[in-house]
Design a protein around this ligand. Structure first.
Ligand code: SUG
Length: 453
């Protein structure tokens, strides 16, 4: 037996719209807008609660410590916490949003994870993403590494790699560019690694407006580190024109789960070739057929996909082997996309049901249902070796709702980030959370005992 657990990111108390992600259309559109951290966290929890209730195994990854004043200090801002915050607010206010970013909620970017069934050494492999393309996101790698080691401690079962070096040549955005397909979770499968560009192919078409955040060299290193045999890997370049239209990760244009791969015809630079390679390898290695759902431009355009995040839906298996599409509410509100999805579900496609979720607070930063979760396939024994406190159940859900209502603000504007009270509130909330999740001290401010605010 093996199951796929969805580790959702719990939205942190400093969720704000900094407009920090060049190339992410929603992030740019909402720069400086009023955010509601309380609602953001509750919307995410509601998705976890609903999926748990229909039998989808669910767990939680905690928010990261914010503000990350260590970054400000490395940039020359001196003094105690209050002084550093005050100086940044006066001299470099645009840095405040990065120091306070709650982007760790998008755990599809936390790490790449390969299940033990696919790895030559029979262990589950984790590599935290370096997220080097964005200043606010590169902050996440260190805490992610620490949290993953705390949640998956046994070295005989779990292999933890260092994040790849944080340089443009090795840009890595984690599971958002990685899809694992297998007839059943416990059986060996095939892994698709999608990248935006490569130094080895300087003449290949590349995006002209927006950055490609993942490189071929990074994806190849992940496959090597995770000891996934080459015959089980497919490496594919994302279509550069889609990156320029706002598809900054592959999970905005395709999604796969078990034996289903749902994608837009413009997803890949080489058109249908990588999909055929995937299907061919899948069939040869598993003896089963990959079920493909290919959306064409007449079904929906790339810009519809970016506006609604249809491909950022989650695919999950319901009891009775039915496949559910967990889609953002924006798909339901878009007549053409809604019509397309409903036709798929009503017809004989592999998609059997759809459910829409209101994740508006996250969507306005460019993160849909699939961005909010990191999938980890675990055998029964591996699951038993995992830290138990992060497993989601109804009781934890209720405790988290109470914790959010106790600690979270319901409005943050850019100017509020200068308020030292937010720092104190955030640390108090997070300190309490690590006890609630039984994680021990995983945050710098707990380890160093350096709360001088
Ligand atoms: O990296 N947005 C995130 C969204 C990540 C979505 N994840 C996946 N597609 N898997 C990003 O661009 C916006 C932050 C801001 O503007 O304040 C942000 O970081």
């Amino acid at each position: 037996m093996a199951r796929e657990l969805n580790f959702d990111g719990l939205v942190g108390p400093t969720h704000n719209y900094g407009g920090l992600s060049f190339g992410n259309v929603a992030s740019a559109e909402h720069a400086g807008a009023l955010s509601n951290p309380r609602q953001a966290a509750l919307q995410g929890l509601e998705k976890m609660r609903a999926l748990h209730a229909i039998g989808v195994p669910q767990a939680i990854l905690p928010p990261h410590p914010r503000p990350e004043l260590a970054l400000a200090r490395r940039l020359g801002f001196e003094g105690d916490d209050r002084e550093v915050l005050g100086r940044v607010a006066r001299e470099l206010p645009q840095l405040l949003a990065a120091l306070y970013s709650a982007s760790a909620m998008w755990t599809a970017n936390a790490a790449t994870v390969s299940p033990s069934a696919d790895s030559a050494d029979g262990r589950v492999h984790f590599t935290p993403a370096n997220l080097q393309n964005k200043i606010h996101r590169h902050l996440e790698a260190e805490t992610t590494a620490r949290v993953l080691r705390a949640v998956f401690p046994d070295p005989a079962r779990f292999a933890h790699h260092l994040p790849l070096p944080g340089t443009a040549a090795l840009g890595d955005e984690g599971a958002a560019n990685h899809t694992r397909l297998a007839p059943e979770h416990r059986l060996p499968g095939v892994q698709l690694f999608v990248y935006g560009e490569s130094a080895a192919h300087p003449w290949a078409p590349r995006p002209r407006l927006f950055p490609a955040r993942q490189t071929l060299e990074a994806s190849a290193a992940l496959a090597r580190l995770h000891r996934v045999p080459a015959e089980r890997c497919v490496l594919a370049q994302q279509h550069p024109e889609t990156i320029d239209q706002g598809v900054f990760h592959n999970d905005v244009i395709s999604v796969g789960h078990r034996d289903v791969f749902f994608y837009h015809e413009r997803a890949f630079a080489e058109g249908e070739a990588p999909v055929l390679e995937l299907a061919e390898k899948y069939e040869r290695l598993t003896g089963a057929r990959l079920r493909l759902v290919r959306a064409t431009d007449s079904d929906l355009t790339v810009s519809d996909a970016v506006a609604t995040y249809l491909f950022n839906s989650q695919l999950v298996t319901l009891p009775g082997e039915r496949t559910l599409l967990v889609a953002p509410r924006e798909c339901e509100e878009h007549p053409q996309v809604r019509g397309y999805v409903e036709a798929l579900v009503a017809g004989d496609s592999p998609l059997d049901e759809v459910r829409y979720f209101d994740l508006r607070q996250s969507m306005h930063g460019g993160g849909g249902p699939a961005c909010l979760r990191l999938r980890v396939v675990l055998t029964e024994a591996e699951e038993a070796a995992m830290a138990p406190g992060v497993r989601f159940d109804t009781a934890l859900g209720e405790r988290l709702v109470a914790w959010i209502e106790r600690h979270y603000r319901d409005r943050i504007l850019p100017a509020d980030l200068a308020d030292p009270a937010l720092l104190v509130e955030t640390r108090t909330a997070l300190d309490e959370l690590t006890r609630l999740l039984g994680l021990g001290s995983v945050y710098d401010f707990q380890l160093a005992g350096s709360g001088s605010a």
